[in-house]
Design a protein around this ligand. Structure first.
Ligand code: IMP
Length: 401
């Protein structure tokens, strides 16, 4: 039975996955985070409250929905405790995998030192160092918090590698809040599949930040593509049905690293202001530019996207001309595929006429002619059906095709 659908970003993150998942979650029994940590973030406004979600899946606002933080996620206990606090009671609705790894105070300190050496422009949440310990087979897992003797032994081993002086106090302060949520989430999801429950796997960051296939080393430290939805939850590829890619109608990136279609002038400024392109987690101004069809086509292939949702089309309203990157010039050659390094690559553009007022449209046919031409061209260039288009931040505003 294919009971699980995946939502993934197909650019450099911040594609608007939050709005889409928030909309979709009402139709699912489980919403699952499968990678990353509190480097991700989106804000949801519901019932007069503003919730800043970094780790807790977006299904938390729907009472029928069980929310799982899967095995592939790295968790800072203090960050999770802070996020749980505004909710009355999440027991029975939030489950944290016993296999998920912990981000510990020294991971954040280590990252500050690493960033001083070679600036990736990370969110400085300790994500990379926590995954380093996981891969190095010395990480602490959530399940260890349930076994005090084993935990002590592991901490003793860690003391040879890290400054663990603050560790006991840290765990003592925050672990009691989180322990009631620790569960065998993989078995829970398997049972869900068996019972015909619907599962939504919510990706964080974007495909171009994937540890293997992104713009390495300017990437995050997890598997952000759909393959990570299985390794980060315990579901198998046979359980997956739809793979929904999410892209903005233009492109942004936060942090350092190559971004061939970046616009550093007036157009970039326009997109940043009109699109409110400032980070939810770090408040950093996002770098802005044109839609890169080469990158999105590559990402859609990596993910196996069955459909694509296009966000923030209205931000382009009012631009006289809109460019789309359709190829690259690399070392004097024209290429239309993603090279292993984007360093020194120049974008090759196709030009489209602009439009005004896409935001009023409720149906595809109501969009300005030029906007329809633009969307159809993106679909053709990327090779995946665009199933929905968002022209407003409002949850209910989505043009379905
Ligand atoms: P890290 O994930 O904090 O290690 O950061 C690595 C890179 O991924 C940096 O360029 C970050 O700006 C970027 N990044 C991490 N999380 C997000 C996100 O949620 N949206 C966009 N970029 C992100």
């Amino acid at each position: 039975m294919k009971m699980a659908d995946v939502v993934v970003g197909v650019q450099w993150g911040d594609e608007g996955k939050g709005k889409l998942v928030d909309r979709l979650a009402q139709d699912y029994d489980f919403v699952v985070r499968f990678q990353g940590g509190h480097n991700a973030g989106h804000t949801i406004v519901a019932k007069g409250h503003t919730y800043a979600l970094h780790l807790i899946p977006s299904g938390v606002l729907y009472p029928q929905c069980k929310n799982v933080i899967g095995s592939g996620v790295v968790i800072a206990l203090d960050a999770l405790a802070q996020e749980i606090a505004p909710f009355d009671n999440l027991q029975g609705r939030l489950f944290v995998s016993e296999r998920a790894h912990l981000i510990l105070p020294y991971h954040q300190m280590l990252e500050s030192r690493q960033e001083a050496q070679s600036a990736i422009g990370t969110t400085r949440k300790g994500i990379g160092p926590a995954y380093q310990d996981k891969i190095g087979r010395v990480g602490l897992r959530m399940g260890d918090l349930l076994q005090p003797k084993i935990l002590q032994e592991k901490i003793a081993t860690l003391a040879h590698l890290h400054d663990t002086s603050m560790l006991e106090n840290y765990l003592h302060t925050y672990a009691p809040t989180i322990i009631p949520y620790i569960a065998d989430t993989t078995r829970m999801l398997w049972e869900g599949v068996q019972e015909g429950k619907r599962i939504l796997l919510e990706g964080a960051q974007g495909s171009m930040l994937d540890i293997d296939f992104g713009t390495y080393p300017f990437v995050t430290s997890s598997t952000t593509i759909s393959a990570g939805a299985c390794s980060g939850s315990g579901l198998s590829v046979k359980d997956i049905d739809k793979i929904i890619g999410v892209a903005k109608a233009y492109c942004t990136r936060v942090g350092n690293g190559p971004f061939p279609s970046e616009e550093k002038g007036a157009v970039g400024e326009w997109l940043r202001e009109k699109g409110h392109e400032f980070g939810t987690t770090t408040q950093r101004a996002r770098r802005c530019g044109y839609f890169d069809a080469v990158a999105v086509r590559y990402a859609c292939r990596l993910n196996g996207c069955t459909e694509l949702v296009l966000m923030k089309l209205d931000v382009l309203d009012g631009l006289e001309e809109i460019l789309v990157c359709v190829g690259y010039e690399k070392e004097g050659q024209t290429i239309s595929h993603m090279p292993h390094s984007l360093e020194g690559v120049k974008p090759l553009y196709k030009r489209f006429a602009g439009w005004t007022r896409s935001a009023d449209a409720c149906h595809f046919q109501d969009l300005p002619q030029a906007a329809q031409i633009y969307v159809n061209a993106l679909e053709e260039l990327v090779g995946v059906r665009i199933s929905a288009i968002s022209t407003s931040p409002k949850r209910e505003k989505m043009i379905l095709r």
